[in-house]
Design a protein around this ligand. Structure first.
Ligand SMILES: O=c1ccn([C@@H]2O[C@H](COP(=O)(O)OP(=O)(O)O[C@H]3O[C@H](CO)[C@@H](O)[C@H](O)[C@H]3O)[C@@H](O)[C@H]2O)c(=O)[nH]1
Length: 476
């Protein structure tokens, strides 16, 4: 058969996890693969998850008009009981994914038999699965399709997962553990920088353990990162001889940004209009990812800290879903009037983050250090003041501040329920962040250039995507 004919049959099945922070890069990556090789076609299996009802419309708005990408909705399943959420979010998601296995199996069989009824060859060359979807590796194995893990976080987190989560489940981390040596890290890592899940014997640790145990059962690990930032960690992981090839393919930046029910066109436009009115690099942007929120006391401290600092601000402030409190009600008396009369700032529930970070008025970013937020800030050259909250954000913040000198530290180990970050600490951090003579700002500009070069033709991530496609279609 001619090579082009073989290539025409090359299909991938993507199974992204339905959270905002996971979809952003996965959808970008699907489009990038098609751009790089238009003999590829991709089928995306869309998962409906009770807590992210908008993920459906997100996937459709980004991918529906792409001729080489088709979307198939997986049937809705009964979510695990709410009590499992208390054990840990990771545990809940893992269980949810396991419950989808029969549907994924049926859908893949259907794709194979309806699209390729007479073919003995294997037209589907890979499953590209989010790192929460390892339960689907066996489905692929059953029909002879290899899986590629899609890591929406970074190689450092992957290294923690692969190197430290092979303890017995009973043997979770505890206070008697000393600092950790994680392959690819230059510094010892304090336990306070580890994800909360590492300490939860019956929840998060079990989930992390089960996930990590399967990571190496894949044909390749695709990471949304770039080698100029993480080559050291990639080399350290590969040196064990057991890890499959790692493909650093980022930064994958979703310029369109995820939609939100809390941001309509009028709000979107008013945010950008307000920024247009501000002088260059004078505004700090505060945003804590798709789920980050604070209780009333912490909200008040942030407001007072902003006022004390005198820095103009755009604050994406979300109410806590668990309490149902309206975040604005927690603001100190007179704060909103002061903000509006003096033209000091603007509040919103959801911000068009990438457009905001790209705006010339923005001079700094107070971030929860989700990996997409970090990559977006590096891509756009905006320095970060770290305020990690959940998931692996503490580890990301630790690396940004201590390993790379690419961010300033407000908090490295903030956890829900821990002490408040005071208004005075926030004021001090904001002043430091907005000081443009800071060495961190220079380093961020340098990393911005490297990030952009990585994805250009001939750049490290560009080459890595080429190697991955070759691996997928059997050219190496
Ligand atoms: O008001 C907002 C808030 C978020 N975003 C976008 O939403 C995405 C958020 O992603 P991320 O910064 O990674 O944060 P999370 O949503 O918290 O992401 C989850 O997934 C990431 C990737 O695995 C992890 O690094 C995080 O710790 C985990 O919480 C980014 O693209 C943001 O630009 C907006 O556009 N507007």
């Amino acid at each position: 058969m001619a090579e082009t004919e073989i290539q025409k049959k090359t299909e991938l099945i993507f199974i992204p996890a339905p959270g905002t922070g996971h979809l952003t890069s996965a959808l970008e990556f699907a489009q990038l693969l098609i751009k790089r090789n238009n003999n590829l076609s991709i089928t995306v299996l869309c998962i409906k998850f009770p807590f992210t009802p908008f993920s459906d419309s997100y996937i459709k708005s980004v991918l529906a008009s792409q001729p080489h990408i088709q979307l198939i909705d997986l049937p809705e399943v009964e979510p695990p009981p709410q009590e499992e959420l208390l054990k840990s979010v990771e545990y809940y998601i893992l269980n949810f994914m396991e419950s989808l296995v029969p549907h994924v199996k049926a859908t893949i069989h259907n794709i194979l038999s309806s699209s390729y009824p007479n073919s003995d060859s294997k037209p589907v060359v890979g499953l590209v699965i989010d790192f929460f979807c390892v339960s689907f590796i066996d489905v692929g194995n059953e029909v002879g399709i290899p899986s590629y893990l899609f890591m929406t976080s970074n190689v450092g987190f992957l290294s923690l997962m692969l190197s430290h989560l092979k303890r017995q489940i009973e043997d979770v981390f505890n206070d008697s553990d000393s600092e950790l040596l994680i392959p690819g890290f230059s510094n010892l890592v304090p336990l306070s920088a580890l994800p909360d899940a590492c300490f939860s014997k019956h929840g998060g640790y079990v989930a992390y353990y089960k996930l990590a145990k399967r990571f190496r059962d894949t044909k390749g690990i695709i990471v949304n990162t770039f080698s100029e930032l993480e080559q050291h960690a990639i080399d350290a992981l590969l040196s064990d001889g057991q890890t499959p090839p790692i493909y650093a393919v980022g930064p994958l930046i979703g310029l369109k940004g995820p939609p939100s029910p809390n941001l309509d066109q009028a709000q979107h436009d008013s945010i950008l209009k307000w920024l247009d009115e501000q002088p260059p690099t004078t505004v700090v942007f505060l945003c804590f990812g798709s789920m980050g929120s604070f209780g009333p006391s912490q909200t008040r401290e942030i407001a007072v800290g902003l006022k004390l600092s005198g820095v103009k601000f755009l604050w994406a402030m979300r109410s806590q879903p668990t309490t149902g409190n309206n975040a604005e009600e927690a603001l100190p008396e007179g704060f909103l009037e002061w903000m509006e009369v003096e033209g000091k700032g603007m509040l919103c529930e959801w911000a068009p983050q990438v457009e905001v970070l790209a705006h010339k008025a923005i001079g700094g970013f107070v971030s929860h250090c989700g990996w997409n937020s970090i990559l977006e800030s590096l891509w756009l050259g905006v320095p970060i003041l770290t305020w990690p909250i959940y998931a692996e954000q503490q580890l990301n913040a630790f690396r940004m501040v201590k390993e790379w000198g690419l961010a300033m530290e407000l908090k490295l180990d903030y956890r829900r329920g821990s002490d408040l970050v005071t208004a005075e600490e926030i004021e001090k951090g904001l002043r430091q962040l907005m000081d443009k003579d800071n060495l961190v700002c220079k380093k961020v500009q340098e990393m911005k250039e490297l990030a952009r070069k990585a994805v250009l033709s001939g750049g490290s991530s560009f080459i890595s995507v080429g190697k991955l496609i070759d691996n997928m279609i059997g050219r190496n």
